[in-house]
Ligand binder design. Structure first.
Ligand code: GDP
Length: 616
């Protein structure tokens, strides 16, 4: 059916009940595709409804509803999770792995899955080795020779043989990167703190990440063999972060160990099991098609694509048709951490899978499909969906502007913030002030991580995993990190005045934040050489790293990610001897920043302009 023309264009119309499903972050072009319309016509229709949007800009639900009402479509937005579920529903595959989704009678206890985290050099790797070796000495299980990304050990606990699975990649980076992709793998985190060094920045980062994921922590106080080691100081220090040792009346188990001498390892394993039994209900149904997560994958010259998967529910068997990410295949062989073939793997068991069509990514879920054909179809559909998602510009997961709407719609009840600043004093001051905002009863303001220095990939991953907004106080995310945040829809807000940050957060919580101007980066240049000129002041011999540098543009100077000057002007711009108006990416140029002379090699000059933000 054709519409009576709106604004001079005609668009195919629905009858008011025609349901069209579009994925979150979709644009007019995506929608036009679904109804066989011309995207430009839809831009015009929307314009006549009083909304301005380009054909490729991603639109929110309200805008789609408005457009749908006009054109006779019932437009439903689907999240990637819903889309995934629908995909599997259409093949009659049940995706639920939670205990709730199972019959009580089908559930059996499963081993805990443990990740080791902590500050660099505090002994994470050594501890994983010690645990592995201890088990060889203690049991008849043979040495673990293969590195497959995870291993399982056995420990006798109250007269019963219990297994524990260790993720063999230490550190919280991998943990959070997987969480950011929606995979929850770890049940318990062992936080390693060296007793001769005490609590360090990454100790805190690791525990923030574990706490943000609601993962219980067991603290391994390591290196107690070192002279001057002070285990009680570690206990003392960690009380500040809500980790209070049992012996001090708290709930966290602390175990003194020496990874080097193999001391205290048995006690540590005991503590893991006690914590698991006390804090978690670790059960799964082993009698169903397997489901889980890929934790490591690579391309082996002889064996083709291999992936280590952690089974989370069900039992994986040789011959199963599986799909993980957009890789699929029939399981040709399963190998355990000893390199031995096994015929099946139940809940919490890591196994290496041979027989996949391609290499999945760490964090991809895997599912057993009824047959090869279904596995291949799911993989193909996923690949297509991935491509589409990459094309559709990521919408902000959560932003201060739409916070109140999200709160009102019940989509969120917590504002999670990550604070990064140039000095610890300002981060602390900002945190204190933010926590004093009266946020009312309906919403929680949580600061899930804080730190000094530029905004890192890790910060962005944590923000993705926890739906957080990052606040940069006199620090920035640079280069690929800024791109990554943009692509993944993580909002980063930059401030250089504390009260302004407080005001905006407060206004957002009250639903009063007015979108105003947004900064659009025009280009960046890196200083490679500095020429002193008595006539012009300093000239920064630079190479344009991205975009273009324009004479007259506003610039910000950062040094190792820390802002050293704001709002300086590109007063002069030269290529060799010539004055020019603009210089593009990849070219060298001389930049004169007017009266600003405090330049150093390696400084980054980022130019930007302010554009009025369209109201959402
Ligand atoms: P990671 O960076 O946390 O993985 O730390 P490593 O496991 O690589 O250990 C860092 C250094 O500390 C290495 O030189 C280890 O040999 C040493 N180390 C680890 N655990 C102990 C311990 O219990 N006692 C002593 N004395 N040294 C240890």
């Amino acid at each position: 059916m054709q519409a009576p023309t709106i604004g001079g264009v005609s668009v195919p119309r629905g009858d008011g009940t025609t349901v069209v499903r579009v994925r979150q972050g979709a644009s007019l072009t995506d929608f036009a595709d679904r109804i066989n319309a011309n995207p430009a016509s839809l831009v015009t229709v929307l314009f006549h409804l009083g909304e301005m949007a380009t054909a490729t800009q991603s639109l929110d639900e309200d805008t789609f509803k408005l457009l749908g009402a006009e054109l006779g479509y019932d437009i439903r937005m689907v999240s990637p999770e819903e889309e995934e579920r629908e995909l599997f529903d259409s093949f009659n595959i049940n995706l639920e792995i939670g205990i709730e989704a199972e019959d009580e009678d089908d559930l059996e206890a499963r081993p805990p899955v443990v990740t080791v985290m902590g500050h660099v050099d505090h002994g994470k790797t050594k501890l994983l080795d010690a645990i592995r070796n201890e088990n060889v000495v203690a049991g008849e299980h043979g040495g673990i020779t293969q590195h497959i990304g995870a291993y399982q050990i056995h420990k006798e606990h109250e007269g019963v043989d219990r297994a524990i699975t260790f993720i063999d990649t230490p550190g919280h980076e991998a943990f959070t990167a997987m969480r950011a992709r929606g995979a929850k793998v770890t049940d318990i985190a062992i936080l390693v703190v060296a007793a001769d060094d005490g609590v360090m920045p990454q100790t805190i980062e690791a525990l923030n990440h574990a706490q943000a994921a609601d993962v219980p922590i067991v603290v391994a106080v390591n290196k107690i063999d070192v002279e001057g080691a002070n285990p009680s100081k570690v206990r003392q220090q960690l009380t500040e972060y809500n980790l209070v040792a049992e012996e001090y009346g708290g709930e966290t188990m602390f175990v003194d160990v020496s990874a080097k001498q193999g001391l205290g390892i048995e006690d540590l394993l005991e503590a893991v099991l006690l914590t698991a039994d006390a804090a978690l209900d670790l059960r799964a149904n082993p009698d169903r098609d397997a489901r889980g997560v890929a934790i490591e994958a690579n391309l082996d010259k002889g064996r083709g694509a291999t992936a280590t998967v952690l089974v989370q529910s069900g039992t994986l068997t040789v011959g199963d048709a599986i799909v993980t990410g957009s890789a699929y295949g029939r399981v040709r062989a399963l190998l355990d951490e000893h390199g031995k073939p096994v015929t099946e793997a139940g809940p919490s068991r890591p196994v290496q899978v041979l027989g996949l069509s391609s290499v999945p990514r760490a964090g991809d879920t895997f599912v057993v499909a009824p047959d090869d054909r279904t596995a291949r179809q799911i993989a193909e559909r996923r690949e297509a969906a991935d491509r589409q998602a990459a094309l559709a510009k990521a919408r902000k997961r959560i932003s201060l502007e739409d916070l109140n709407a999200a709160l009102a719609a019940g989509k969120v009840d917590t504002l999670n913030l990550i604070l990064k600043g140039d000095v610890s004093g300002s981060v602390e001051a900002l945190e204190d002030a933010l926590l004093q905002i009266d946020v009312g009863d309906d919403v929680d303001l949580r600061i899930i991580d804080r730190g000094v220095g530029a905004i890192t990939m890790n910060n962005i991953n944590l923000a993705m995993a926890s739906n957080a907004i990052i606040i940069g106080f006199n620090v920035r995310a640079e280069g690929q990190n800024a791109d990554y945040a943009e692509r993944e829809g993580v909002e980063i807000r930059y401030y250089s005045v504390i009260y302004q940050a407080i005001e905006e957060v407060e206004a957002a919580l009250k639903g009063m934040l007015k979108p105003e101007f947004e900064e659009v980066e025009l280009g960046t240049a890196e200083i490679r050489e500095i020429f002193r000129s008595s006539k012009f002041g300093n000239i920064a011999g630079s190479i344009v790293r991205s975009g273009e540098i324009r004479r007259g543009a506003r610039a910000r100077i950062t040094r190792h990610g820390v802002v050293v000057a704001e709002n300086v002007e590109v007063a002069g711009l030269r290529r060799f001897k010539d004055d020019v108006v603009e210089v593009r990416e990849g070219y060298e140029c001389g930049i004169n920043l007017g009266s600003f002379n405090d330049l150093q090699l390696g400084d980054l000059i980022a130019t930007y302009e302010l554009r009025e933000k369209p109201r959402a």
